[in-house]
Design a protein around this ligand. Structure first.
Ligand code: AHR
Ligand code: AHR
Length: 502
């Protein structure tokens, strides 16, 4: 028996809504034929899909990072504003981008979703000037040619974009305009200076990774100018070959799931920056995107070798309870690290590996969507302490690379409502086929217990067009009794609400 204890008086902090952020890129059907679908009866007067926006609003998307991702490293924002858009040959993804969805459309979309915009700039082929011109266009009232251009384009008021990231994965050989560590430190510093001089209220991030040399050089050069440091992680790597890890192999990925955060936290602390700079985990997903023959020396010739295979991301049967359980463990870990992790962005929100799938007729809410719904709408607003005197039960799993490992089979996080109306405990049962029992070993006033549960008949259950196997189900367990036991189904994500509102 695994008995859990909580203490409402040991409040670790506000449960940060920005942990449940998202990312959308000009890739495959995320923007065009995705959220931006002019002419579709489901689209509004601006061409945005209202069914998709409604689904995004339900999970209270707090921030949406755009336009990339690799796409951004040869993207020029000026080609995508105003009346005559210049079509772009997107050298990252080797497709034509009509540039009909640009900054003004993006900001309008964010207003409709009710989320903060978060713009990632081109630090591949771009310059400090181009980045700071973008801030002028978005944030100055009327000063200078770019604010005037925005007004001429019909946007009288400034867009007030607060969050900006300098560059995307510029450390990687796959990235257009990749930089050495020294080059990166200087470019970020000069870009940050110009961007802050345009609008000192912007919050700036820069592409980083859990690598000491890259980060130390970046932070030594730019520490005073940065508010965030960006890291990305995908676990089940399928860029070239779509051979998805099994449920069991995905559970292996949950071991040390916050390793990157721990490493970057250490570097920030070593440089005494941990109070000023926070981590933006601004791309994460269990599954990396499938796009063969673009990120390698062997570039594909012929669309069937590099373009057609991208449709394989649309196979909804890939997104099972493994994705839901992994994502819940990741979000719990970011919550536990909410003192240093200020933002996390699921990559992406729509299509590709997203939590929402769309086609011309409608949408499918994949298993991961329901985890966001559960965590955003059913947990309390404060993170509180949770512990146990029992050892955490474990499972033996084999990783995708064939390594045997032992992984904790329960993952928990506790919250409370600051209005004192109760607590809500997130409990993930990772076990592939066994239910597990926990005991609520704490006192409470008069309260009722409801369990909100996401699971499926099998660990491989998934949702698709005309097929709903995974959704949030609720069970009323009646009055809270100290020490009461709750049985959690295998491969399930649960929120146990103990509330004293009748
Ligand atoms: O696979 C998609 C890419 O993953 C994103 O564009 C990039 O940021 C990351 O490498
Ligand atoms: O500390 C226990 C919690 O206190 C109860 O679960 C909740 O109802 C009360 O606020």
């Amino acid at each position: 028996m695994y008995s859990i204890q909580i203490n409402e008086k040991r409040i670790k902090g506000k449960r940060n809504p920005m942990i449940y952020g998202h990312f959308i890129e000009h890739f495959h059907r995320q923007i065009y034929d995705g959220i931006y679908d002019p002419g579709n009866p489901l689209a509004d007067e601006d061409g945005f899909r209202t069914d998709i926006i409604e689904a995004m609003r339900k999970i209270k998307v707090p921030v949406l990072r755009w336009p990339g991702g690799c796409f951004v490293s040869s993207y020029h924002w000026k080609d995508a504003v105003g009346p005559d858009r210049k079509p772009l040959f997107d050298k990252a993804w080797r497709v034509e981008d009509p540039n009909t969805f640009g900054t003004d459309e993006y900001v309008k979309l964010c207003r409709k979703i009710g989320c903060e915009p978060y713009i990632c700039t081109n630090a591949g082929t771009g310059t400090a000037e181009e980045m700071s011109d973008w801030v002028e266009y978005c944030n100055l009232e009327t000063e200078g040619q770019y604010a005037k251009w925005r007004i001429a384009n019909g946007c009288e008021k400034p867009h007030k974009v607060k969050y900006w990231s300098i560059g995307n994965e510029n450390y990687g050989s796959w990235e257009i305009g990749a930089k050495s560590s020294d080059e990166w430190g200087r470019l970020v510093r000069e870009s940050a200076k110009m961007m802050k001089h345009v609008d000192p209220e912007t919050e700036l991030s820069a592409a980083a990774l859990p690598d000491v040399d890259w980060n130390m050089n970046l932070l030594k050069n730019c520490g005073p100018y940065l508010d965030w440091i960006s890291i990305h992680q995908y676990w089940d790597m399928m860029a070239e070959v779509q051979n998805p890890a099994t449920y069991e192999e995905c559970m292996a990925y949950t071991k040390n799931i916050s390793r990157s955060v721990d490493d970057v936290r250490g570097m920030l602390t070593a440089l005494h920056l941990e109070d000023r700079i926070r981590i933006a985990f601004d791309e994460w997903n269990l599954r990396s995107w499938h796009h063969p023959n673009v990120h390698t020396q062997k570039l594909g010739v012929g669309k069937e070798s590099y373009l057609t295979p991208r449709d394989k991301n649309d196979d909804n049967s890939l997104y099972t309870m493994a994705d839901a359980v992994f994502s819940a463990c990741f979000l719990n870990a970011m919550n536990r690290n909410c003192d240093i992790v200020g933002m996390a962005n699921f990559a992406p929100i729509l299509n590709t590996r997203g939590c929402i799938y769309s086609n011309k007729e409608g949408i499918v809410l994949r298993s991961t969507y329901h985890v966001f719904d559960l965590y955003v709408n059913y947990l309390g607003d404060q993170v509180i302490d949770l512990w146990s005197e029992d050892t955490v039960p474990v499972i033996q799993v084999r990783s995708k690379s064939g390594e045997e490992m032992v992984v904790e089979s329960l993952d928990l996080a506790a919250t409370r409502w600051s209005d004192g109306t109760g607590v809500a405990i997130a409990v993930v049962n990772k076990h592939m086929d066994e239910s597990q029992e926990i005991a609520l070993d704490f006192k409470s006033g008069e309260a009722s217990v409801i369990v909100y549960e996401i699971t499926g008949e099998s660990k491989d259950s998934y949702n698709d067009v005309g097929r709903t196997e995974v959704e949030i189900m609720d069970k009323n367990l009646g009055r809270f009794v100290p020490g009461m036991k709750i049985r959690l189904k295998p491969h399930s994500v649960n929120v146990i609400q103990i509330r004293n509102v009748i």
